[in-house]
Design a binder for this molecule. Structure first.
Ligand code: ADP
Ligand code: MG
Length: 402
């Protein structure tokens, strides 16, 4: 869908084309019309789907169409970086629209504080702020908040993860009750639903779902040190005669050779496939794999998309896929056409953050499988506690009790 079809004001259309956007992304297509109508919105879509424009465009449109003056819009966002990004996007529009914005975030010096104070007093149209810093301004009496009629919570799930719930509530208590509220989030955990119930009125609910792994695929995770990975895979497949077709995925071409060498043995064939291979060689290997002449195929992501490989019994992720989509694609190679499948992911310490993010997106805590005794313990599950962005770690060992 084009932005013209979304009935945005001509100046906004002009600004959008200047930014190089040609068509609206799915979340924009759904959120913009309802937000223009003035409805509250609860929108859930993965990172990178264009949520920023999905809330800035309709709000700027409304400010323009209704000739709203003064500070009418407050955008709350978790970090300084995101605040700056949003501010920059709005600044890009201001050339065409004459609407100005100000980013308010922590860490600045006295000069910055004075600048922010002045802009708040003068009534800049759009404020983009992190919660803590905004509150310290609002606690003084110079900020003009009585005309705020649009409140946007961006990255709401992340703000709650960072412990901003109370700050957000305090901010809301300082702005008019009669307003339009838009809440955007990458995920929809129960605490987001609860907050939405409290602060949104009869919201339009929009959700752009990411594909989820098929239910019939059994998913497991092993927390492993790198030197435990190959012996672990060898151990897991050795006596499992039922698993005749096995794929081991890895993110880097460099590792393919090492993994193959580590898995080769006299009992069954182990081969590699990667984008470095000639097409004819790739096809030959795939043919032999399909014919069950090769039991274990070590692959980079070349074959995780599109290729129809029937009846894979077992998928290993030798390392964490880059993102949730990739994870879902990789494990989607097993459990096809109603067959049951197993997908096991090997996570070293460096990949824990990445896998934590994947679990959040697929909204599933994957089963932590215990390491076989002879390999010794793997590393503990350890992910950064996002609070304040500082390096606090939460330690949790999710292995079942031995
Ligand atoms: P999110 O907030 O959902 O993570 P962003 O709003 O930051 O996503 O957008 C991600 C990227 O996509 C940005 O670089 C943005 O400029 C770009 N983008 C957003 N909407 C469009 C569009 N309609 N067409 C092309 N690029 C877009
Ligand atoms: Mg965003």
């Amino acid at each position: 869908m084009t932005f013209e079809e979304l009935n945005l004001a001509p100046q906004i259309i002009e600004a959008i084309s200047y930014m190089g956007f040609e068509t609206a992304s799915p979340i924009q297509e759904k959120a913009i019309p309802v937000a223009i109508e003035g409805k509250d919105v609860l929108a859930v879509a993965q990172t990178g789907t264009g949520k920023t424009a999905a809330f800035t465009l309709p709000i700027l449109h409304n400010i323009l169409q209704n000739k709203i003056k003064g500070t009418s819009t407050l955008i709350i966002t978790p970090t300084r970086e995101i605040a700056l990004q949003i501010d920059r996007q709005i600044q890009g529009f201001s050339y065409f629209l004459g609407i100005h914005s100000l980013a308010i975030y922590g860490g600045g010096d006295a000069d910055e504080w004075e600048q922010q104070k002045k802009a708040l007093r003068d009534g800049v149209e759009v404020i983009v702020a992190t919660p803590g810093k905004l509150l310290s301004h609002l606690n003084m009496d110079y900020a003009k908040t009585d005309k705020i009629q649009h409140l946007i919570l961006d990255e709401a799930d992340r703000m709650l993860d960072m412990g901003f719930l109370d700050d957000i509530k305090r901010i809301i208590s300082k702005i008019p009750k009669k307003r339009q509220t838009l809440m955007f989030s990458a995920t929809m955990p129960p605490k987001i639903e609860a907050l939405a119930k409290q602060i949104l009125q009869d919201p339009a609910q929009i959700s752009i779902a990411i594909s989820k792994p098929a239910e019939r695929v059994f998913q497991g995770v092993y927390l492993t040190y790198d030197n435990q990975k190959t012996p672990l895979i060898n151990h897991l497949i050795e006596d499992q005669k039922d698993y005749t077709s096995i794929i081991v995925f890895t993110s880097t071409k460099k590792k393919v050779g090492d993994i193959v060498r580590g898995l080769r043995n006299s009992k069954y064939r182990v081969e590699a496939i990667s984008s470095d291979f000639e097409q004819s060689k790739r096809e030959e290997i795939m043919r032999e794999f399909r014919a069950n002449k090769i039991r274990v195929l070590v692959a980079t992501d070349v074959i995780s998309r599109g290729v129809d490989i029937p009846e894979i019994d077992l998928v290993f992720n030798y390392d964490a896929p880059g993102n949730a989509e990739e994870y879902v694609h990789r494990i989607g190679r097993t459990g096809r056409a109603g067959a049951e499948g197993v997908a096991l992911t090997l996570i070293n310490e460096a990949d824990m953050e990445k896998f934590d993010a994947i679990e959040k997106l697929i909204e599933k805590k994957v089963y932590r499988a215990p390491m076989p005794k002879f390999l010794g313990d793997g590393p503990e599950w350890r992910v950064r506690n996002k609070k304040n962005g500082k390096g606090k770690f939460s330690r949790k060992n999710n292995s079942p009790k031995k």
